[in-house]
Design a protein around this ligand. Structure first.
Ligand code: TXA
Ligand code: MG
Length: 354
């Protein structure tokens, strides 16, 4: 398949953006696939109401078709037709956080094909805030099903370069956005709104505290952090090995000096064997690591930096053929909780306490 790549620049006027995205929207309306930017990660979009489009998405990603897709909308009113009823708490969260990086799961209506929801009676819905995403969804007819635009198992793409690497030849069009645009870099927070006390199934930029402030008590799915809980995750996608670089990643938790000493001892060991090493560290420690490649995740006081860079680091380690990677660990709260969740999955839950 020939993939058309179009670029939206800062210099584009509103009308030139509309013109470009009209073509993208037409592809979706005709049953094709378009990768597009959002404020979290790039999405791989198809018509959410067309069962064939969902099948095409699964094929393009190499993803199992029991893994349901998120339906992206461009105006809050579009939610009405996708779900059988909107719980009051969902109305409150939509008002507080849409457009933005929050996905809500509700009971689906009949217009949503079971192919889109992986056979479930519920549907995940999100209204993104990225202006290109909003205009594209509108032009596409208002309902775009989209997983992250990576091949299954790889880190989600946060720049067009990695979308092209994974999806060139597999989709009809890729919309590349100006990469200087500030993005969150981790996928949206997912909240299951079908129970009285809503539950977070995937942590993200919108934190448990932010959600509780709007609607009171909120649970968090235990399988997010505990690989040994013996329970199946409620978001089917969370069960797959994910976000993973090709080499082996290990997280290291402990006092800063101990973490540095442990990692440097490991690095020495690998170097003696001729193996290439990488480290992800925070700004006060990065100069202390002896690894071949050291990535600076920024300050612990501003985890937005680490969030926006994490997937790029994992992809770059692959590009640089790094075989053994170590990362400092993060706290289990706020935005750090989302960073830690993705790191744990990328590491296959390998964490060393020193
Ligand atoms: O930020 C995001 O959410 C990005 C951008 C593109 O919007 N999308 C994204 O999609 O991360 P994806 O497919 O990579 O992850 C969707 C997750 C999967 O873990 C899936 O199992 C879960 O959402 N999910 C979708 N529908 C669900 C449902 N009805 N019930 C439970 N989990 C659901
Ligand atoms: Mg994904």
């Amino acid at each position: 398949m020939e993939t058309q790549i179009i670029t939206i620049n800062k210099s584009d006027t509103a009308s030139s953006i509309r013109e470009k995205l009209f073509q993208a929207g037409k592809i979706i309306r005709q049953g094709g696939l378009v990768a597009f930017p959002t404020e979290t990660v790039y999405g791989l979009g198809g018509d959410a109401l067309n069962p064939d489009a969902a099948q095409k998405i699964y094929a393009a990603k190499g993803r199992p078709s029991d893994n349901p897709l998120i339906v992206h909308i461009s105006q809050i009113d579009s939610l009405d037709s996708l779900v059988s009823a909107i719980p009051d708490k969902a109305k409150k969260l939509a008002k507080a956080f849409w457009p933005g990086p929050l996905t809500m799961i509700m009971n689906k209506s009949d217009i949503v094909p079971s192919q889109t929801t992986g056979g479930l009676d519920t549907v995940a819905v999100r209204m993104p805030s990225h202006p290109v995403a909003l205009e594209f969804i509108k032009q596409a007819g208002g309902y775009v099903a989209a997983p992250s635009a990576n091949l299954s198992g790889k880190p989600s793409p946060t720049t067009a370069k990695y979308v092209i690497q994974d999806m060139d030849g597999r989709v009809d069009m890729i919309i590349a956005a100006d990469d200087s645009e500030e993005i969150i870099g981790l996928e949206s927070t997912i909240v299951d709104m079908t129970s009285d006390i809503p539950a977070i199934l995937r942590p993200g930029y919108i934190t448990q505290a932010m959600i509780s402030r709007e609607i009171g008590a909120t649970d968090i799915d235990v399988t997010i952090f505990d690989a040994d809980s013996g329970k199946a995750p409620k978001a089917p996608g969370m069960k797959y090995r994910h976000y993973a670089p090709r080499g082996e990643l290990v997280l290291v938790e402990g006092r800063p000096d101990d973490v540095v000493a442990y990692i440097n001892a490991q690095v020495r060991f690998h170097k003696e064997r001729g193996e290439k090493t990488g480290v992800i560290g925070t700004d006060t420690l990065v100069t202390k690591y002896d690894a071949d490649i050291v990535k600076n995740a920024g300050s612990r006081d501003e985890p937005v930096m680490a969030a926006s860079r994490l997937y790029t680091f994992l992809r770059e380690f692959d590009d640089e053929n790094v075989e053994f990677m170590y990362s400092e660990s993060f706290k289990n709260e706020g935005l750090e909780q989302a960073i830690m969740n993705r790191l744990l999955k990328a590491a296959g839950h390998k964490i060393i306490k020193v």
